[in-house]
Design a protein around this ligand. Structure first.
Ligand code: UDP
Length: 238
């Protein structure tokens, strides 16, 4: 299925995309190849902004299950996303792309604070804006931060990079007969509890009419292909 051409895109990348073959942390080679993918997609002339997760370093819920105070653990998770954003910024700039990191938790020595109008200006100037520290609030996820920033930036679509090429009837890594959807409605994703993004993120996209495109970011060259309207993906819309 051919996707429409989207001009301004928010790309959500999980922290796991930065850990390569490892089980934890940041693998410079994985970050460099992700940056190359993004650079290639940027070359297509889109305005791009990014939200990076932190799950490769710290996840609030998992830490809370082991006894951490949930809000404190979530703040730690948000700090992890700042490390990832800086790593990705570094790799993107090595790939020749002008970037800015804007953090929802002010950290003026390493990033700009998140100011909506400033972010918009960076995008208009052709820079890639990396939104760090999620929403800045505990009890949320970076998926919700992605939906929120996509709405604030007036993005035409939210691209969610995963390790499979769309949304399936069941986990394709576990169920061989699982089938991929070409398109879905937000209501269906919510009512069938399809695991794509958390419900808050899906509802925010539904209410603001921002399609979600789920695609495989691990396949080399795929990001540019999907952003250009080709390749395989599932699109979720109203
Ligand atoms: N987090 C948060 N508020 C936000 C975004 C993130 O508290 O607005 C915390 C939360 O603890 C989460 C962690 O940051 O587990 C890392 O983000 P996430 O799990 O969404 O990363 P991903 O799974 O995408 O790598």
């Amino acid at each position: 299925m051919a996707l429409p051409r989207f001009n301004r895109i928010l790309l959500k990348v999980s922290g796991e995309a930065l850990m390569g073959q490892g089980q934890f942390g940041i693998d410079p080679a994985a970050v460099a190849s992700l940056a190359e993918e993004i650079a290639q997609a940027k070359g297509e002339g889109h305005e791009l902004c990014l939200v990076v997760g932190g799950g490769n370093i710290f996840r609030g819920m998992a830490a809370a299950a082991k006894g951490f105070d949930r809000a404190t653990a979530d703040y730690m998770g948000m700090l992890a996303t700042v490390m990832n954003a800086l790593a990705l910024q570094n790799a993107l700039e090595k790939a020749g792309i002008d970037t800015r990191v804007l953090s929802a938790i002010p950290m003026s020595s390493v990033s700009e604070p998140y100011i909506r109008r400033r972010a918009l200006r960076h995008l208009e100037k052709g820079r890639i804006v990396l939104f760090a520290a999620g929403t800045g609030n505990p009890y949320f996820t970076t998926d919700t931060a992605a939906a929120l920033r996509a709405a604030e930036m007036g993005c035409d679509a939210l691209f969610k990079g995963t390790s499979v090429d769309g949304i399936y009837t069941a986990d394709p890594k576990k169920v061989a007969s699982a089938e991929r959807y070409d398109k879905l409605t937000f209501s269906r994703v919510l009512s069938d509890d399809l695991k794509v993004m958390d419900a808050a993120a899906v509802a925010l996209c539904r209410d603001n009419n921002i399609p979600i495109v789920v695609f495989n970011i691990r396949q080399p060259g795929n990001l540019a292909k999907v952003i250009a309207g080709g390749g395989t993906a599932t699109i979720v819309q109203n």
